[in-house]
Write a protein that binds this ligand. Structure first.
Ligand SMILES: [Zn+2]
Length: 449
């Protein structure tokens, strides 16, 4: 079967190349020009529902694992492999919480703020949405071993799915740059964990070379099949809003896999006539890892029909190298200065009329404490979305009556050190330190009254 007539195929995002490849190949980058690959579909060969609400029927057959999965219950939209290869551990049972208290705190109309809590996934972060798809592809191509570079959440998710599938697993992490909760998961799920003396960008380079050398299956967000699974976060937001579209999606920006996936999700839904409007997307960097913000807002880098100005990117990265620059933020999950999915993200910004901002660590930690105070909790990188919302409300870019969904990417217990330090060392305005007290009933009662 020629690639063009297959149900799904891989295609290079470079408009001057557009080479196509079978989904049975694990190549991850275009062998002809080195660009990123997309998964494309011949939609006329797929039984896509006539309207998004038709997916709701699957709630009545939740005893079937694929219908229970918050990813695979939308499987017509990620139709690249047979059901027999699909791997699921119940990912995507996540909650869109309308948080009136936090909305009011931020000066918004109370019913306008929604928090999409991806920390409820089996490994505690949004990564499981992507891994269920990528490991299904790994099984489809008969992979025996898997590898990833990680700031933490990816390693936890890869290790969990690899253990479940019986695949060997190697994770590369930067020395001293990983939150304890995440490192503990990789070790517990049996991954071969290699700490490289360097940062995430160093790990990313090494893992690509190692995968090529040893034929390991690569599970970074470079892997286009992962991004297919991550599209479903947007379907679930729409689903939980009663099949309505919010005005804004706000997402933290690290390696830019989520923002790329979200843009693709909306472009496809629009193309299929399943949505009428596309929400605007705001991507929030940490100030200490603000490559995207700098490139988009200052260097004016755009998608430009796929003809991205490579010279701007090359000069930017050459400067980072010359300065021996290493990104630094307490939001370790987005501590990345050479985002792998940069070009796909630029495309997503065009699709969503999106914008980019950066927020500093103090703002991130205050926002994180606020999310906790109003009854949810998240890891620091997740709170960048809420800190970004605060900034965009102050700028008047987002109106207080607009409906906003902030994606909280990881569980609050992923990085307890940041939380404990914030409160115990009174680092911010929402610090809530424990009170020391003698072992004496009267004194205890006095303190509580
Ligand atoms: Zn190409």
């Amino acid at each position: 079967m020629s690639k063009l007539t297959a149900v799904a195929y891989q295609e290079c995002i470079n408009p001057n190349c557009r080479a196509q490849f079978d989904c049975a190949q694990s190549i991850f980058k275009c062998p002809k020009c080195g660009e990123l690959l997309d998964i494309k579909y011949n939609w006329d060969k797929i039984a896509v529902p006539k309207k998004l609400s038709d997916f709701a029927a699957r709630w009545s057959s939740r005893n079937k694992p694929l219908d229970y999965s918050g990813v695979w219950r939308f499987r017509e939209m990620i139709n690249f492999c047979d059901d027999k290869y699909k791997v699921t551990i119940g990912e995507g049972q996540t909650v869109l919480q309308q948080n009136c208290g936090l909305a009011e705190q931020l000066g918004m109309k109370p019913d306008c703020l929604f928090l999409q809590y991806e920390g409820l996934n089996p490994s505690g972060s949004f990564k499981d949405n992507g891994m269920t798809a990528a490991f299904s592809h790994a099984k489809m191509v008969g992979a025996k071993s898997s590898a990833c570079a990680s700031t933490g959440n990816t390693s936890a998710s890869v290790a969990l799915y690899a253990a479940m599938c019986g695949l060997k697993c190697v994770v590369f992490i930067g020395s001293g740059r990983i939150a304890f909760g995440k490192l503990s998961q990789a070790m517990d799920y049996g991954a071969h964990t290699i700490q490289i003396q360097g940062d995430f960008d160093d790990c990313m380079k090494q893992v690509q070379d190692v995968c090529t050398e040893l034929g390991l299956y690569l599970l970074n967000s470079l892997n286009p099949f992962r991004l297919e699974g991550q599209k479903t976060i947007m379907y679930r937001i729409i689903e939980q809003m009663g099949w309505e579209i919010p005005d804004w999606i706000i997402v933290p920006g690290g390696n830019l896999g989520n923002s790329s996936a979200f843009g693709k999700a909306f472009a496809e839904l629009k193309e299929l006539g399943l949505i009428k409007k596309v929400p605007r997307m705001a991507i929030i960097n940490a100030a200490g890892a603000n490559t995207l913000t700098d490139m988009v807002n200052n260097k004016k880098l755009t998608w430009n029909g796929g003809n991205v100005n490579q010279a701007v990117i090359d000069a930017y990265y050459a400067d980072l190298t010359a300065r021996k620059y290493s990104p630094h933020t307490c939001a370790s999950a987005i501590e990345i200065s050479r985002p792998v999915n940069l070009k796909k993200c630029l495309r997503a910004l065009e699709v969503t009329n999106g914008i980019v901002r950066a927020v500093d660590d103090a703002k991130i930690c205050d926002a994180k404490a606020l999310v906790g105070k109003y009854g949810f909790g998240c890891e620091p990188a997740s709170a960048a979305s809420v800190a970004g919302l605060e900034l965009l409300l102050a700028e008047g870019v987002i109106g207080k009556n607009e409906r906003v969904a902030c994606v909280l990417t990881g569980h609050t217990l992923k990085d307890p050190n940041v939380t404990v330090n914030y409160h115990k060392e009174k680092q911010g305005k929402w610090s809530n330190p424990p009170v020391e007290c003698p072992n004496d009933l009267a004194k205890i009662i006095e303190l509580i009254k």
